[in-house]
Design a protein around this ligand. Structure first.
Ligand code: ADP
Ligand code: ADP
Length: 229
């Protein structure tokens, strides 16, 4: 079964025209599918339905072949991870932040996820240290490092699907590469669905889904979509 399958999903906010109007697509298991589209296209609404914050008016959403409407809330939360980039960092080291997020994770799990997200050398950093200069080590995290910490937090819970709304901030070349590597590593562990804001993500995605006014207007790889246009 595909990692994610949507069949004719419709959703409408009260008193508005349809935010999603018969959306169907499949995201290959263990791949990176990028959602692109202008503001108001329905990207955020799609993510809300995938986390069952709202129920579709009609249509089906399946994760690894299972209808999410038939899962318990707890199952949805466990299976479908959201990369929370704005989660407040706790005082303490990056490592203690991760242990707090997933108390049941073993040292092996932790090390594996640190490696996957290219954070192994940063375990002693203090993620909440934006406004604090501690010593001369540059202990806070850059924007790119914080995004990787958010991915690490989500991956430690071993989801089947990882939802990620990419930040629009500019990253330097090193952070850009590290972030792309972290997303690639995530896709080896689960199905990754990203709201893409970066051209590099769109180019390297296994599949792109183009949304406009609540409808899928194109799907394919970057090269396929270029050829078609
Ligand atoms: P995107 O994330 O692609 O910018 P959204 O999913 O946020 O798109 O929005 C899709 C449509 O639903 C837009 O027309 C938007 O105005 C509308 N919409 C989004 N959230 C709400 C809401 N909470 N209440 C009413 N309408 C909403
Ligand atoms: P980078 O250093 O990876 O190029 P920046 O540090 O410029 O990225 O971060 C991009 C955005 O994220 C900026 O708006 C910045 O204020 C914010 N930001 C960066 N690090 C932190 C942090 N540790 N806590 C909160 N916001 C941060």
């Amino acid at each position: 079964a595909p990692g994610i399958a949507l069949h004719g999903v419709k959703f409408q906010y009260a008193g508005r025209s349809a935010a999603l109007d018969g959306v169907s697509f499949e995201a290959p298991a263990g791949g990176r599918t990028a959602i692109v589209g202008p503001s108001g296209a329905g990207k955020t609404t799609l993510f809300a339905l995938l986390q069952r914050f709202y129920e579709p008016e009609s249509g089906l959403i399946k994760v690894d072949g299972v209808d999410i409407a038939k899962m318990t809330r707890a199952e949805v939360r466990r299976r479908i991870g959201y990369v929370e980039q704005d989660a407040p960092a706790l005082s303490g080291t990056l490592e203690s932040n991760l242990r707090y997020a997933a108390p049941d994770a073993t040292d092996d799990d932790l090390n594996e996820v640190l490696h996957a997200t290219r954070l192994t050398d940063l375990v002693e950093r203090l993620p909440d240290g934006l406004n604090t200069m501690v010593g001369t080590r540059g202990v806070a995290l850059s924007g790119g490092e914080r995004q990787r910490l958010a991915i690490a937090r989500a991956l430690l819970r071993r989801p089947q699907v990882l939802l990620m709304d990419e930040a629009t901030s500019q990253l330097d070349a090193r952070n850009e590469v590290a972030l792309r590597e972290a997303v690639d590593q995530a896709a080896e562990r689960c199905t990754v669905l990203l709201i893409a804001h970066r051209l590099s993500t769109v180019v390297s995605a296994d599949q792109i889904v183009v949304l406009e006014r609540g409808r899928v207007v194109a799907t394919g790889t970057h090269d396929q979509l270029l050829d078609a246009s």
